[in-house]
Every structure is written in C-alpha cells, then in structure tokens.
Design a protein around this ligand. Sequence first.
Ligand code: SF4
Length: 388
Amino acid sequence: MENKLSSSFNSGGGIYIHIPFCKQACHYCDFHFSTSMGKKEEMLLAIQKELELRKLEFEGEIVETIYFGGGTPSVLRTNEIQSLINTVYKNFNVVNNPEITLEANPDDLSEENIITLSKSPINRLSIGVQSFFEEDLKLMNRAHSAAEADETLKIATQYFNNISIDLIYGMPNMTNERWVANIDKALSFKIPHISSYALTVEPKTALASFIKKGLIKPLDDALAQEHFDILLQKMKANSFVAYETSNFGKEGFFSKNNTAYWLGKKYIGVGPSAHSYDGIRRGWNVNNNPKYIKAILSNELPMETETLSKTDVYNEYVMTGLRTIWGVSLERIEDEFGIRFYDYLLQQAKNHIESELLKVENKTLLTTKKGKFLADGIASDLFMINLS
Ligand code: SF4
C-alpha cells in the first residue's frame, strides 16, 4: 500500500521557507514567530544549511513552487530573499518559471521595495491586508494602517500581475455593510486572487484572553456564516472561482503552491516550525528559533516525523477534498483505500447528501454551496477512526 501511495505522488513538489520573524504580534495569531530580529543572520544561515542538508529528499524530483511564508518574510531585504532562492537553485532541480510567492505585509511594501522585488525572481505576492478598515486593524493589532494597505495595492498592482490578498471576516462588530465594503475595495484593485478566512480564536492568543476577560465580544458563528455567504456571492459575480473554502482565484491564477498541497504532492518545509510531507511521512521542525539554529548548525535536523497510516491518508484526503472544487474521487477511494473505506464513506455521507450539504457528481463527492462553510465539520463525520 505504501509503495502505491508514494508512487502516486511522485510528480514534483514544492519548497516552503518559514521566516519566523514579525514586527509585532497580531492578537489572533498562533503561528510560530519571534518579534526579536536579533538572530536574523544566524537564522538565514541555518535555513540555507537546512536546504543543503535536505537536497537528497528531492532526488529525481522537480521543484515547481517556492513559497516564503511565516512569520513575515517581507521583513527580509530582497538580497536576503534572493540568496535563499539561489540556495534552492543550487541544491534542487527547479522547473522553468516556478511560482515563487512572497507573503508580505503592507508596511514592508514601500514603492522602492516593490520595485526591487519585481526585479527579483519573486513572481507572486500574497499581501496580508486582512481589512481596509482602521478599526478592524487595531482590533487585530496589525502593524499596518488602512491607508498603507490602500497605497501598497495601488503600487503593487503596477509591478505584479499575480497578487493575492488576505481578508478576515466574522470579526466582532464587523457589520455586513463593512464586510461588503471590504470586498468591494479589494475588487477595485483588480487583483486575481483573494484568500479569505473566518476569524478564529486560538488558545493562548491575546484574542482568547481578551474574550475571556470580556474586553472583546465572543465570535458569532452565524455572523461568520453570513459573511461567508456574502463572499461566495460576490466572488461568483466577479468571475472568481471558489476553488477552496478560503481561496478564490481567477482562471489561471489559482495558487500552485496551495493546490499542490491539497492534491497531496510532496513538499519540503525549511525553517523553524515548518512542516514537510514526502507522500508517506509528515514531519515538523522544532518551533523554537535558538533550538532550530543550534541543531542545524550541528548538522542535525530538528524534526519529528510520523508515518501516516492508510486511515490518516484517507482522513486527510477527505478533509482537503471536501474543501476544494476537486472533491473526493470515489474511484480513488476504492482503488487506493479499498471497498471497506468506500462503503464507509458513502454510508457516513448519506445524511449529509439527504440534507443537501454534500452531493455526488461524476463519481466525486463534493460539498454543495450550502455545505461549503461547514466543510470541516462534515469531513470529521466522514473520518475513519477504528479501521486501518
Ligand atoms: S504578521 Fe502574520 S505571522 Fe505575524 S503575528 Fe501577524 S498574522 Fe501572525
């Protein structure tokens, strides 16, 4: 079974580079980052070294995408980013014209920086706008202002044609009118991609503590659902394809990096807290900057791994499949997982099909429009627990 699974993923992959620094901590964020840039030079050396140490993991493979995420990769200077890209090219086979994405925050994107980045191999910007309203940005403790977001997009769209922005909905006090105004503002820049997420309260974040202390209203699921419905309708009306629950792209502008991840391709994640997947095993680096640097500079990979069981792979496929327009192929379930999984899936899906949250089309299980917002909860009802 393992050979069959791994060979089916043997067609190129991506490299994810985690830059674990941010100027300040957003109240809702539980990603790994440090607000101290003190160890930046050592960190960059360690990430380069990790890329070298792991080059054999992609022997015979072609790198199709390079993704700088974080943290805030745009805190790096362009020559530092270029040097990391050079290290990838030196150690891996890279396809012609790969998608190279930089996550960037508006406060780092001055006109001068945008021009310098546009002359580098970076060909896609994913800009963390989150909201065009000052009140929302303050509530989230974002480092940029609404005016900066506006100005950045005016300039960035002159130099990059492949731009995505992030928007957050379901915030306390965000009326439907304000959410519509946010979407309309985003659309006014004619960008080809929008990633939009419901605000969630992660444990141990400032947001969780403010809600607990009664300083901020608790989140309202019904409001988030309303915002999502508005988003779906506005994206459709403006020819964006809802290709994943949180991702909307014009034809030809879907994120290649994220799509590869959802389709189960291999990826190597370097940097502290970065995750990797080789078709059989999932790995994750230590989420501590000094420990990461120390281990890598001693030629050790500070990574824990787990081998995915057939049940784990099935559950992940169902989870990601139901979030995307590609759905869950019933043929793949039968061929790769067997009749037990196939029967179980259809049995568990039955109620959701009757409630019109799921549908079967062309031997593929998909969420309906009504089921899209609930995709994660529906998927968990279809997970296999005891069989292996
Ligand atoms: S900039 Fe991004 S990674 Fe950094 S704290 Fe804010 S949301 Fe988290």
